[in-house]
Design a protein around this ligand. Structure first.
Ligand code: SAH
Length: 217
């Protein structure tokens, strides 16, 4: 069962989590505010109520995880999300990251390749509060050509390399944040699409994500 009650105790735990993430170096107030607002325990079974506010990744079934809050904050900060940004997310998973982007005012398009996880989110009542998120079942390597171009693209699974079709679907001046690497540990990267489709690449810290896989399941 999914919890639907956000108690004072939960709010207290969340405040501590937010303070911890600030201490780890996240400075974007809009990101911190969203972490403080979103009841992360709604995204996990009620058996894991307490674990929801530890700064850790957590299994959500189908061999997938809800990313560590610090990692979610780190990627969101690099993405420099502004209200009304049109953002494509690859790897919906629990939908926690999608909700965080929506809470920051973005128009979110999110893709999940696993049917079971996609179906689970259809039944997740809390998501109805966010009409600015659109959910898609598909292969993130293909992106969403019908809805392109996007201001921002966020990949929440480890990409073996920068997916070329996603670069195409980025606006000029747009940015993509993604972990790149095919081993256990990947490097966070930020790609900025410049005039004449030139690309600026920046490399950040090491992280460990589940792999981005081809095709649907
Ligand atoms: N953003 C998620 C993180 C989930 S983990 C959250 O906040 O919970 C990464 C997710 O990416 C998994 O659900 C996995 O199934 C999905 N994924 C992996 N490869 C994909 C692809 N090619 N297209 C879409 N989703 C993919």
């Amino acid at each position: 069962m999914r919890p639907t009650d956000d108690t004072y105790r939960h709010k207290g735990l969340r405040k501590k989590l937010t303070a911890g993430i600030r201490e780890k170096g996240i400075t974007d107030e809009r990101v911190l505010n969203a972490i403080n607002e979103i009841p992360r325990h709604f995204f996990l079974d009620s058996a894991f109520d307490e674990a929801a506010y530890a700064d850790r990744a957590f299994p959500i079934g189908e061999g997938q995880t809800i990313s560590q809050p610090y990692t979610v904050a780190y990627q969101s900060q690099l993405l420099e999300v502004k209200p009304f940004d049109k953002v494509l997310e690859i790897g919906t998973g629990s939908a926690y990251q999608a909700v965080l982007l929506a809470q920051m005012g973005a128009q979110v398009y999110t893709i999940e390749r696993q049917k079971k996880l996609f179906e689970l989110n259809k039944k997740f009542e809390y998501l109805r509060k966010f009409p600015n998120i659109k959910f898609f079942y598909g292969d993130g390597f293909e992106g969403l050509p019908t809805y392109a171009p996007f201001d921002k693209i966020l990949i929440t699974a480890a990409a073996p390399e920068v997916p070329p079709k996603l670069v195409e679907q980025l606006k000029t001046g747009g940015m993509m944040v993604l972990p790149v690497g095919s081993g256990e540990v990947q490097r966070m990267m930020r790609i900025t699409k410049l005039q004449n489709s030139a690309i600026k690449e920046e490399v950040f810290d090491h992280f460990s994500f589940v792999p981005m896989l081809e095709g649907k399941k």
